[in-house]
Every structure is written in C-alpha cells, then in structure tokens.
Write a protein that binds this ligand. Structure first.
Ligand code: COA
Length: 341
C-alpha cells in the first residue's frame, strides 16, 4: 500500500467544539385525562394517585396519532424557535420506547414528516433515560465536527403500551414529545458533561414483555397483558432514587461543581416522591427542582426535554444558569447531564 500523495482531511481530529442546545420545543396531544377520568376506569382515586405520584392529569394521543406525529410536532416548534430549516438538519435522533413500528425507525418517519432530507436517522432505546442518551450521542458528533445541526427528540405514546385494567401502572403515564436542536457554539455556554449508566441484570423489574423477538405478539400475549407495561413499582422506586442521585453526583464531580452552584435541577418526571427522595440524598431543597409531572404524568423519554422546554419558557432557567438534567428508566438505565444554559 502506498501513502496518499496529498494531506488527508481528518474530520474527527479537529479540536473539540462547544455544543449547545440552541432551541427546544414540546408538543402534547389535546386530550386530557384527569385522575377523575381514571376513577371511572379502574379502582383508584385522585387522592391516591396524587399523594403517591404527584400526578393530577396526563395527555393522551388520539387513535390516529403515533409517536412520530407527536415527535414531528415538537420538532417543528424547536426548529421554528432555532430558526433552523429542515434542510440544515444533518442527524435526527429519536429516543423512544414506543416506536411507531419495529422498523423503520421513528426517526426516519419524523424525517419524512418534517422534510429533513439531508439527515441521517436513528432511534435510541433507553426507555425513560433515552433523551439524555440521545443528547450525549449528538454532543459527541457535533463536538468532533462530524455533524453540525442535530435534532434530538424524546417522544412517547405510552398509552399504546398501557394496560387500562392495571391500576398500578395506568395512572402514572402520559403521551407527549420534546425536541432540542443541538449545534456548535463559539460562546462558552453549552453541555459540560454527561454521565450514562445501565444495569441490565435488573431488566425484569420494568418491561413490556411481549411484542419483540423473544415473545412475539400473539392472541395469548395480548390477552395476558404482556404487550403492556409490567412494573415492580417499589423496586423501581428504590433504584430510581439511588440511580439518579448517583448520576447527579458524578456529573457534578466531573466538572468540579457543587450542588449549590446548580440553579435548576430538571429530573425525569416520573413521580414527585422519587424526586423528593433524590433531593434528600443530594441535600437540596425541592424549590431547586423543576416539576411539571402534575399536568403530564410520566412521558418517559419525552419527560426531561418537555420539562426543560417549559422551564426555559417560563423563565425558570435563565441564560448562564448551571442546569442539571437527571433521569432513570427501564433497563435499568440512568443518566445525568450538566449544562450552562
Ligand atoms: C407505583 C407506586 C406509585 C406505588 O406506590 P406504593 O406506595 O409503592 O404502593 P404499593 O405498590 O405498595 O401499593 C400499595 C397499595 O395500593 C394499591 N394500589 C396500587 N395502585 C393503586 C391505584 N392506582 N389506586 C389505588 N390503589 C392502588 C396496591 O394494590 C396496594 O394495595 P394492597 O396494600 O391492598 O395490596 C410507587 O411504587 C412508584 O411510584 N414506583 C415507581 C414507579 C415509576 O416511577 N416507574 C417509572 C420509572 S421510569
């Protein structure tokens, strides 16, 4: 083999660039299902649901709305806010555990809906932690110069995997989507670090058992509720608290930051009691956390980006603030990202 006669371009060997979220957006379907509505379906009460989870209502997608539809609506808002055209997007990452179908990826379906013809498309499967996993993948691509403008989406139609006879799960989840545009920025503001972790040995504590290759969807599987969420609630609760607190501490440690430096903590919006327990472990008061789960329930991969978008829009997160995002989900998976807004 002979050496090339000219200087090679080495796109990923340039100095790393600062990566920022330049805009966000979210979308929820119109239909609101309140705790009172759930009282008519299962043996539950507004009082039980609110005291155990902090949730009052959630949005439920229409029958003809799939995850890609929710994702595309959130993406449109983020693109408008960033002033980015569909042609400028060179990568679409969709974090979801409720894809439209096994394949093609939901990201490809979003590409078609928004007309982002120059994008590569990929789904990221890390359940409720998916958005921060996807955002970190995007960060790496932009930091090294391989991509310029990445659309990262967390989107879920959790109602499609809900067993509406199981009161222990159906009261907790909702549908929705959040999107972020990631780009390189000269300014110092941007994503500082991400911590990602998983423990696959605990996969059975939170899963949709059937509908994949191990147990394909069948009449029996559907009758037994195996195409819907199965969850060991108490175990999940315990691991969520330790997983989120651990990831948060590690992210702070890596940046030499103290929890007191963080202006706003945006946690996965699963349950207000989980968030309170994380706050106790980290030694931070609840007013430092941003929560909107009361109105949306647990929207899985969409939750953290929906919360960030809302926190920014209402002024809870300001330019220059140190913001800590921290999530936990099936797998188990967990993640934390520290950023200067
Ligand atoms: C699901 C969760 C709210 C249940 O709260 P809990 O205090 O652990 O309650 P338990 O599961 O021990 O159930 C207590 C009782 O309430 C009952 N119960 C469960 N769901 C109910 C509901 N929606 N309404 C009324 N009662 C309910 C149970 O049947 C049980 O009754 P029993 O004592 O007669 O057997 C809680 O475990 C939790 O939040 N876990 C984490 C879930 C989560 O966030 N998952 C996603 C992570 S990404």
């Amino acid at each position: 083999m002979s050496a090339p006669t000219h200087e090679l371009v080495r796109p990923c060997m340039s100095a790393l660039r600062t990566v920022s979220i330049t805009a966000t957006g979210f979308y929820v379907p119109d239909r609101v299902m309140t705790n009172a509505d759930l009282e008519k379906i299962v043996d539950t009460s507004d009082e039980w649901i609110f005291t155990r989870s902090g949730i009052r209502e959630r949005h439920i997608a229409a029958e003809d709305q799939a995850t890609s539809d929710l994702a595309a609506a959130a993406a449109q808002r983020a693109m408008e806010s960033a002033g980015v055209t569909p042609d400028e997007i060179d990568f679409i990452l969709v974090a979801t555990c409720t894809p439209d179908m096994t394949f093609p990826s939901t990201a490809c379906l979003v590409q078609k809906l928004i007309g982002a013809k120059n994008a590569a498309c990929l789904d990221v499967s890390a359940a409720c932690s998916g958005f921060l996993y996807a955002m970190d993948i995007a960060r790496q691509y932009i930091a090294c110069g391989a991509k310029q403008t990445i659309l990262v989406i967390g989107a879920e139609k959790m109602s499609s995997v809900m067993d509406w006879t199981d009161r222990a799960t159906c009261v907790l989840f909702g549908d929705g989507a959040g999107a972020a545009i990631l780009q390189a920025r000269e300014a110092k503001y941007g994503l500082l670090t991400s911590v990602l972790g998983s423990d696959g040995t605990l996969n059975e504590l939170l899963m949709v058992p059937a509908g994949g290759s191990r147990q394909p969807a069948s009449h029996e599987a559907i009758e037994q509720g195996l195409t819907c969420i199965r969850m060991a609630g108490r175990e999940v609760f315990k691991h969520a608290v330790t997983g989120m607190a651990g990831a948060a501490r590690e992210a702070l440690l890596r940046c030499g930051a103290n929890i007191e430096d963080v202006a706003c903590i945006i946690p996965h919006q699963a349950n207000s009691r989980i968030i309170q327990a994380v706050g106790q472990k980290l030694g931070v008061p609840m007013d430092r956390f941003f929560m909107n789960l009361e109105r949306y329930g647990n929207t899985s991969a969409a939750s953290v980006i929906m919360a960030l978008d809302e926190a920014v829009r209402i002024g809870r997160v300001q330019r220059g603030d140190l913001v800590l995002l921290v999530v936990f989900g099936a797998g188990f998976t967990w993640a934390a990202s520290l950023l200067e807004w």
